[in-house]
Design a protein around this ligand. Structure first.
Ligand SMILES: Cc1cc2nc3c(=O)[nH]c(=O)nc-3n(C[C@H](O)[C@H](O)[C@H](O)COP(=O)(O)OP(=O)(O)OC[C@H]3O[C@@H](n4cnc5c(N)ncnc54)[C@H](O)[C@@H]3O)c2cc1C
Length: 443
């Protein structure tokens, strides 16, 4: 099967640009064999490779990615590894009680796996920390959403704490937020630092990762044969960890929604600007309204900066052009100016976008697609936790292990069919713009 499309990531992976240059890549060359091939080195691929290396020590495990580790979506996100339900299509992230209890258990399994890797590979607190997270509310409606979500969490038996406007100001330095809902179980990551740290650790466990090695064809000739521009790998078992690009490999056509979201990162704040802002040096807020703006303030490698993320666009081709970044930049600048009027001269240094993959019914694609070919895809916008979960479960399935989480994943429905592309595109565009407009000052 020829791979229909290769990934194209718009703008720089800013988190990765903050880090020292990595060792030069070693693209795949010549004909090679492996016991296991993992395609994709994001959260899912790295977790799958890690789990395989534990469950089948001594096996030859190879990972291929089209780009450098940390340059793909795994290094482009806001770094909230969330344990609780996080349904982006809902009003307040919550859903049906039983589904949310199961999701939380699954997300925590993904986070525990990430924590295990962070400990094993000696990652810093900047790369991975169990800090909990806050849903920030800028409006009375947002505050009501926070309260509704807190009620839902209470019904789930989950702890949470409401912060008032004064507490929010103490944390963030800005008067923008009326309230915040703190929940303790999420991790925060510097996403590029995390995935690169895991990749370095895996390599030291004698696992091979070839970057800049896009798979252009994948065929079964007895074993599976993956072709890249300069090489070929033959392996009996393959794990596809390419998120929405599962479609590009010919699977689940018409059932995966390809959505982009976007972020901007400021230049380094001066000491005077940081003092003028006040608040804590490191914090992060997801919006009380899922269509709102995520904000992070960071301090560490690459200096003190603020990162703004908002807007979703539905792009079935999995590609966007440069004008899109200019378009969303206006919304980022508006969101920044509204929250940080005390920093009028702070400009954005990096702007970028990245792909999410969602299914209409919120299910992941974890399972065996064909003999010896496994999927760890469709993370529904929460790939840090769900991708790590999917990678671990796909590896366990391929090895023949079982667990309640794997049984649940295998018992899940297929992703629902989408309407024909023109209708889906129009419907999604209207739906997203309407909900973004409704988000008001939460955007
Ligand atoms: C701005 C932004 C903010 C976000 N914020 C958050 C957040 O706070 N929390 C959260 O959980 N999620 C967030 N996300 C989503 C998150 O980044 C994704 O869900 C996650 O990266 C998916 O993980 P994955 O490993 O499944 O896929 P990916 O990270 O997309 O990794 C798949 C890899 O497969 C590779 N690949 C694809 N096709 C091929 C091929 N043919 N050959 C070789 N390699 C191939 C790609 O290059 C890619 O590196 C955000 C995303 C963006 C863009």
């Amino acid at each position: 099967m020829q791979v229909a499309r290769l990934p194209r990531d718009p703008g720089p992976a800013a988190w990765n640009r903050l880090l020292p240059e990595p060792e030069p890549p070693v693209p795949l060359e010549g004909k090679q064999t492996a016991d296991w091939l993992v395609i994709g080195a994001g959260f899912a691929g790295l977790a799958a490779a890690h789990r395989l290396s534990k469950l089948s020590p001594g096996d030859r495990i190879m990972v291929l990615d089209a780009v450098r580790v940390g340059d793909g979506p795994a290094g482009r996100n806001s770094g909230f590894m969330i344990d609780l339900p996080h349904d982006l299509t809902s009003d307040d992230y919550g859903g049906a009680l039983q589904t949310d209890l199961a999701q939380t258990e699954d997300n925590r399994r993904g986070i525990a796996h990430a924590a295990e890797m962070a400990t094993e590979f000696g990652l810093s607190e900047e790369a991975f920390t169990m800090s909990g997270k806050i849903n920030g509310a800028a409006t009375a409606k947002g505050d009501a959403r926070n309260k509704a979500f807190a009620g839902h969490l209470s019904a789930m038996g989950e702890p949470s704490e409401m912060f008032d406007a004064a507490q929010m100001r103490k944390i963030t330095g800005t008067q923008y937020y009326q309230s915040g809902l703190f929940t303790p179980g999420s991790a925060m990551i510097q996403p590029a630092m995390f995935v690169r740290g895991v990749a370095v650790g895996l390599r030291s466990n004698r696992l091979t990762i070839h970057e800049n090695s896009p798979v252009t064809a994948l065929e079964r000739q007895g074993d599976w044969v993956a072709t890249t521009p300069k090489g070929q790998v033959t392996a009996p078992r393959v794990i596809l960890a390419v998120n929405g690009h599962l479609n590009s490999f010919g699977y689940l056509p018409g059932r995966l929604m390809h959505v982009f979201t976007y972020a901007s990162m400021t230049r380094v704040l001066t000491a005077k600007e940081s003092a003028c802002l006040g608040g804590q040096a490191v914090w992060g807020l997801t919006p009380a309204d899922p269509m709102g703006t995520t904000v992070r303030r960071i301090s560490g490698t690459g200096g003190d900066r603020i990162i703004i993320r908002n807007r979703f666009t539905f792009d079935p081709t999995m590609e966007v052009d440069a004008t899109r970044i200019d378009d969303v930049a206006r919304d980022h600048d508006t969101a920044f100016a509204a929250r940080f009027p005390m920093l009028p001269h702070v400009t954005m240094e990096h702007r970028w976008g990245g792909r999410l993959c969602l299914s209409r019914n919120g299910v992941q694609v974890i399972g065996e697609l064909d003999e010896g070919l496994y999927s760890a895809c469709c993370q529904n916008g929460l790939g840090t936790a769900k991708g790590t979960l999917a990678g671990g479960l796909a590896a366990e399935l391929a090895i023949g292990q079982s667990s309640p989480a794997l049984k649940r994943a295998l018992g899940a429905a297929d992703p629902s069919r989408l309407p024909p592309v023109p209708i889906a595109k129009l419907g999604a565009a209207l739906h997203l713009r309407w909900n973004e407009w409704r988000a008001g000052r939460e955007l």
